[in-house]
Design a protein around this ligand. Structure first.
Ligand SMILES: Cc1cc2nc3c(=O)[nH]c(=O)nc-3n(C[C@H](O)[C@H](O)[C@H](O)COP(=O)(O)O)c2cc1C
Length: 261
């Protein structure tokens, strides 16, 4: 198996990157070919913009989708984007490791998606969801959070973290990945002393062991179900008897429907 680990953490000594290194070790031991990228170490430029497109299809007005597709077709994408696309295409399993920052992924990782998931190359209207370019590949998010588990649960003060990650999970599924249930580690806090620090270390050591043993049996890892094309009407709304897998795509707007403007 070929494994690609993309991490987004600015500190080499972080728990987050430690977990990424342990994941690499697990798969290497199993004989997999592992490639690792830390977006911070390579100073990845996350801001999509016109500076990346030297030979514009529309020189007057910058249209990111248009220029992504044009430069893909002309084989004129930036070197870093080309390299990352090749890495993605060659890997069977993608692991994304990142800390939970402001209820989502760090900006560098979101920007990586903006620039690397190129329209026309990585997806288009015929290649999305279960027909996506990355069909047959699996992806796993491993995310650390400072807040304790209770605060990130379904009735927690910070909102249900599993749902807050849905946009990232959906984006990867959109380009074809089968998405594994994310691995979340809550209560990862710095600045502790004495007994609190010791307890924290024990908790983290336990988590590392748990994570490693789950990775060893990655084929048993639960996969997140998504609706398929056949579940939707022509107008892209859910058919009446289609299954409902998430509160983001549901039959009954219930109490959550926003007031129309
Ligand atoms: C900019 C920033 C935003 C953060 N936002 C959140 C957040 O929304 N929810 C949360 O639980 N923790 C938040 N944290 C805490 C980090 O998730 C936590 O420090 C990190 O996951 C710990 O892992 P590490 O030791 O590997 O960095 C934030 C930290 C930073 C620096």
């Amino acid at each position: 198996m070929k494994v690609l680990i993309i991490s987004a953490h600015p500190e080499a000594d972080s728990f987050n990157l430690f977990l990424a290194s342990r994941a690499a070790r697990v798969f290497e031991k199993q004989g997999s070919l592992v490639q690792t990228v830390n977006l911070y170490s390579e100073n990845f430029e996350p801001c999509e913009g016109q500076n990346f497109y030297p030979d514009r299809q529309d020189p007057q007005r910058f249209d990111a989708l248009l220029e992504q597709r044009h430069h893909w077709e002309m084989h004129n994408l930036p070197d870093d984007v080309v390299r990352h696309i090749e890495l993605l295409k060659s890997a069977d399993l993608l692991l994304l490791h990142f800390p939970f920052w402001w209820f989502g992924m760090p900006a560098i990782l979101k920007g990586w998606m903006d620039r690397v998931f190129v329209y026309g190359g990585i997806y288009d209207s015929k290649h999305r969801h279960e027909n996506g370019i990355m069909k047959g590949k699996r992806a796993l998010l491993t995310v650390t959070a400072g807040a304790p588990a209770n605060a990130c649960g379904h009735n927690g003060r910070h909102g249900d973290m599993r749902f807050l990650l849905w946009p990232s999970i959906h984006a990867l599924h959109y380009i074809g990945y089968s998405m594994l249930e994310p691995y979340l580690i809550h209560g990862v806090r710095g600045g502790l002393d004495g007994l609190a620090k010791e307890k924290q270390q024990q908790f983290l050591d336990q988590k590392v062991k748990d994570f490693e043993s789950r990775l060893i049996n990655i084929n048993d890892w639960p996969i997140i179900p998504f609706n398929k094309e056949e579940d939707f009407n022509e107008d892209k709304t859910l058919k009446p008897h289609s299954p409902e897998y998430s509160p983001f795509v549901r039959h009954n707007p219930g109490n959550w429907k926003a007031d129309p403007i």
